[in-house]
Design a protein around this ligand. Structure first.
Ligand code: NAP
Length: 307
């Protein structure tokens, strides 16, 4: 066990990410005392029952007032409002960080109200599941996953590297990135894939020629993985698209062009085009496996293979 990196930590928004951070920090003894607050009374009640946080507060200001580190783990569209609410109650020298999936919008929301005696260090853990709420978290969520650290202009280096150390000690690899680049990268690797999954599941739902029963029964043929992604939290994902509008629209434009090219290849019987395209994309999967970011077991390890 390490000595606590932060004596008092406040987690605001007790969902998947905050609860996973809590269990991971406790696993490594990184936080002395952790307070928690969620807007939902039901979620506060659940947190209390499952021992999520040392103290669950009914008022956000009570949760943050003595904190050395405050983590904002609410949907991206709510981060500015929450920050405005807590700004004048933060103790001098405190660090505020967020875990939002979009970074430039969060920085634009927070910096106008940032007191000079408070450090703001945005981050984005690239780990998640389709589950949400206080019961969804687990200590190993961030193990061997990436957490992007997005320091703002003029950030205090000691405060940045302390947040970086926190993420490393709860299992993640870290990389620093600027906000606009972050938003473009995440549009490609996360945001548009989610939009495509939502669309594919919506299309299947709309098709009257295929019955619901067939969709469910035969879903192992690729569709099942779309349904898992498309089960992700609607509020979180609404906010991601509304706050990362430019990057997601740009990647969506490129995606549509490629889709039309593939559509044409099918129509004109251009098998070479299809084969070359699929060969290139298969290489990307190999790269992900070589980087240790997924399992090479067939069907993501869901099929038991006899050794
Ligand atoms: P989550 O499980 O839905 O948790 C968010 C919690 O915040 C919910 O309990 C929500 O309550 C509460 N909340 C909403 N508005 C609030 C407010 N104004 N004040 C206090 N609490 C509030 O979501 P999550 O997956 O942990 O995501 C949290 C953040 O992490 C988001 O910014 C998301 O973009 C980011 N993130 C998510 C993932 C992922 O895969 N899930 C990965 C990386 C980063 P209600 O449910 O009642 O609204």
């Amino acid at each position: 066990m390490s000595a606590p990196l932060y004596e008092r930590v406040a987690l605001i928004g007790l969902g998947l990410i905050a609860s996973s951070m809590f269990w991971a920090m406790k696993r490594s003894g990184l936080a002395g005392h952790v307070t928690g607050y969620d807007l939902s009374a039901e979620h506060r009640e659940t947190a209390h029952k499952i021992g999520l946080c040392d103290t669950v507060c009914d008022d956000v200001l009570d949760a943050v007032k003595d904190a050395d580190l405050v983590i904002l783990a609410v949907p991206v569209g709510a981060i500015g409002d929450v920050f405005e609410q807590i700004a004048s109650s933060l103790k001098p020298g405190a660090t505020v960080s967020d875990v939002g999936s979009v970074k430039q919008s969060v920085i634009d929301q927070v910096t106008p109200n940032l007191p000079s005696h408070v450090h703001f260090i945005p981050t984005h853990p690239m780990a998640g599941t389709e589950h949400s709420g206080p019961g969804a978290g687990f200590a190993t969520l961030f193990d061997n996953r990436w957490c992007l650290i997005v320091p703002i202009e003029g950030s205090d280096e000691t405060a940045v590297s302390r947040v970086e150390t926190l993420w490393q000690k709860i299992g993640a690899n870290t990389e620093r990135m600027d906000a606009l680049h972050h938003d473009q990268v995440c549009a490609v690797v996360s945001h548009i894939p989610h939009l495509i999954a939502y669309t594919m599941v919506g299309v299947a739902d709309d098709l009257s020629r295929i019955s619901d029963q067939e969709v469910i029964k035969f879903s192992a043929a690729g569709f099942r993985d779309f349904t898992r992604i498309a089960a992700s939290d609607p509020t979180m994902w609404r906010d991601v698209f509304l706050t990362n509008r430019e990057a997601t629209l740009e990647i969506l434009g490129r995606f549509t062009e490629e889709l039309f090219a593939l559509q044409r290849a099918i129509r004109v019987d251009d098998g070479d085009h299809l084969h070359a395209y699929f060969t290139r994309t298969r290489e990307i999967r190999r790269g992900i496996l070589e980087a240790g970011q997924d399992t090479s077991a067939p069907d993501f390890g869901r099929i038991k293979v006899d050794q």
